[in-house]
Write a protein that binds this ligand. Sequence first.
Ligand code: ATP
Ligand code: MG
Length: 464
Amino acid sequence: MNQIASSAAETDSSLKNLVPRIIPRAEHGISRKNISNGALRVLYRLHEAGYKAFLVGGAVRDLLLGEHPKDFDIATDATPEQTRALFRNCRLIGRRFRLAHVVFGREIVEVATFRGIGEAGNSDRHVVDGRIVRDNVYGSIEEDAIRRDFTVNALYYDIADFSVRDYVGGIADLQHRTMRLIGDPELRYREDPVRMLRAARLAAKLNFSLAEETEAPIAGLAGLLADVAPARLFDESLKLFLSGHGLESLRRLHNLGLLGEIFPATAKALAGPRSAEFGRLLGYTFTSTDERIRSDKPVTPAFLFAAMLWEPVRSLAERLVEDGNDPNVAWQVAVDRVVHQQAVRVAIPKRFVMAMEEIWSLQSRFEQRQKKRVLRLLAHPKFRAAYDFLAIRAHDEPELREQVEWWTNAQELDAQQLSEQLQTSPPRRVEGEPAKKRKRSRRRKRSSTDTDVVSAPDAENPGE
Ligand code: ATP
Ligand code: MG
């Protein structure tokens, strides 16, 4: 396989030898019952119109593994325009590569025309510094197969006879639970460095190992992720951490040396003096997020990011205090600096950055027991996330456990009971801590756009 994608000329001759292994219907476990209605309708319609139509990618891989795919992608020899002509509910999207989206209520079925290898000069492919930036070259199914990333992602389920076609050894790798890049690994990572993250993510999700030649170049090429658009890295981060296998993804990223490329401060803190405690904090956070996703409970990336950047902020603030800075100022400077440095790598939308900062700033308000403050904190939109984070911190910080108990109890009381309890308990101050200056709460205006990348966050008092 190694020479396949090396040059257009070599590709031509290699493709002639690319004979698929065909697994007939009786010899694989894919049943149409497990394919969504929308995907089946698109497949049949294309087929009836005389086009080739295959289910492809993650869906075929997951079906062969007995899992439930989360989306169904289709590959065809119909052009996007020809596909659109067949469906009323179809729109064309994408600039880098044009795709057809066929919409059935909440389900979107993605239909892609076979991608070609293309030759320099007569194609619409634009390569900058070895990376593909635009790519509208259509081709054969063989070309489409070798353009995909991993062998297990390049299996095709043919609606014409319900067989599975394997051009690149994907079935064998699936059986050995191995992620293997198609073609020359170094070249494929250089073309698109995000494939390194996909290797970590898919191996985590599927509980696969990386083939030796797929893993080996990562250490030397991880730095290429610095050139990937921060917005794309944000999308990838969500897939890595919010797909139900966040903890395993984090572990794989860390072990492959990739975490430092997308969350540098987190990776640094995991190698720092409090690495064991921080590792446990992340373990609790990601485990609880993974469990919530599995039981269909809502999750927010802000909570995960707040945990991932907690130790960097905490340790920087500590250092600034040691240097003689006022604790409140030190905290705010640390928050601003860590958030800024992170935003250079991953474009976390502003609303999530604001939520992270709220989760952090609320941590010091759990000490307060005056009635007005308690009621205000309970009504705060980020109360629940901040309380959950306090509970996670309390695993390793026993001095926080009393607070967790108190607030657990406070949430269970009705308004009347809570009011009575607050009347009887005196305002509480933590032993040895200076009395906090009273300040009026300042609410920041919410940005009207969700996609804003974090810019200079305006100062907010964390002690408030
Ligand atoms: P998931 O289960 O997370 O959806 P997936 O493999 O389906 O995993 P997608 O991002 O949905 O991942 O991509 C669909 C298919 O497109 C992949 O299976 C692969 O064949 C191809 N693909 C995706 N990203 C790349 C890439 N960066 N380079 C080459 N092929 C890719
Ligand atoms: Mg997919």
